[in-house]
Design a binder for this molecule. Structure first.
Ligand code: URA
Length: 244
């Protein structure tokens, strides 16, 4: 008997897929910007600009890398953040998920994906039997919050990329999942539409890479969650096919 996708998801106990527990469905349907605006703190006063660091990021160990990220003033985002958000999770992970940049709640708590989009990301992880911190590391293309949660600019992502590159070098994940366009452009470069990159195996320095939608986008476009589910299954296949 062949099952359609909805029947398959019901069989797997994840339908309706990725509903947030304890969050009224109307809240989930609000645009992510609105949800973030609710908890928007007042912007902190700008920090003084220390001299640019001349350190060789490519040789840093974890403590020095995180310290460097927290002290970074390589781009204007470093002036306006409350704190930098280096990333979190297992430092010998199979999976590396890369988002765009911290939002208001992440800026406040110093951890990536802790707001509404983060709750959805956790549900997405759970749908493929993953858990934050267990074989999973979560990072962002930029480590400091862009004002008003705007998309990071190309120059900001370029300024931040040595930090992300070093994280990837240290983490040596078996698969990378890029969440949304900014992460794609930061890691793979180019300016191609996300839709044209989904479902295809990409590569970053020998590591297989899959592309999917950003969870904040999925909160606004619920039907595309099914496509994101397919993308996660695709990423899991890439991981299974890869060797370490
Ligand atoms: N969106 C992101 O891309 N990253 C976060 O950490 C939070 C929201």
């Amino acid at each position: 008997m062949s099952l359609n996708r909805e029947q398959m998801l019901i069989e797997m106990g994840i339908s309706p897929i990725w509903e947030l527990r304890g969050v009224p469905s109307e809240a989930v349907r609000q645009p992510a910007e609105q949800l973030e605006a609710i908890a928007e703190p007042a912007d902190p006063p700008p920090l003084p600009t220390p001299p640019a660091s001349g350190c060789d990021v490519g040789s840093l160990d974890w403590p020095a890398l995180e310290e460097g990220i927290r002290a970074c003033r390589r781009c204007p985002l470093g002036q306006q953040r409350r704190q930098a958000v280096p990333g979190i999770g297992d430092r010998r992970p199979d999976w590396l998920f890369i988002g765009e940049g911290p939002g208001a709640e992440e800026d406040q708590r110093g951890e990536p994906f802790v707001g509404q989009a983060g709750k959805l990301l956790d549900a997405m992880l759970a749908a493929i039997s993953l858990e934050r911190g267990q074989g999973v590391y979560i990072a962002n293309a930029v480590k400091c919050r862009p004002p008003n949660n705007r998309t990071p600019e190309a120059a900001e992502m370029a300024a931040c990329s040595p930090w992300l590159e070093r994280q990837i070098e240290l983490l040596k994940p078996r698969v990378i999942v890029l969440l949304g366009k900014a992460a794609v452009h930061s890691v793979l470069g180019g300016d191609r539409a996300l839709a044209s990159l989904r479902g295809r195996a990409h590569e970053y320095r020998g590591i297989p890479v899959a592309v999917t939608y950003h969870p904040a986008y999925l909160l606004r476009n619920l039907p595309d969650k099914a496509k994101a589910w397919e993308d996660l299954l695709f990423a899991r296949r890439l991981l299974a096919e890869g060797k370490r």
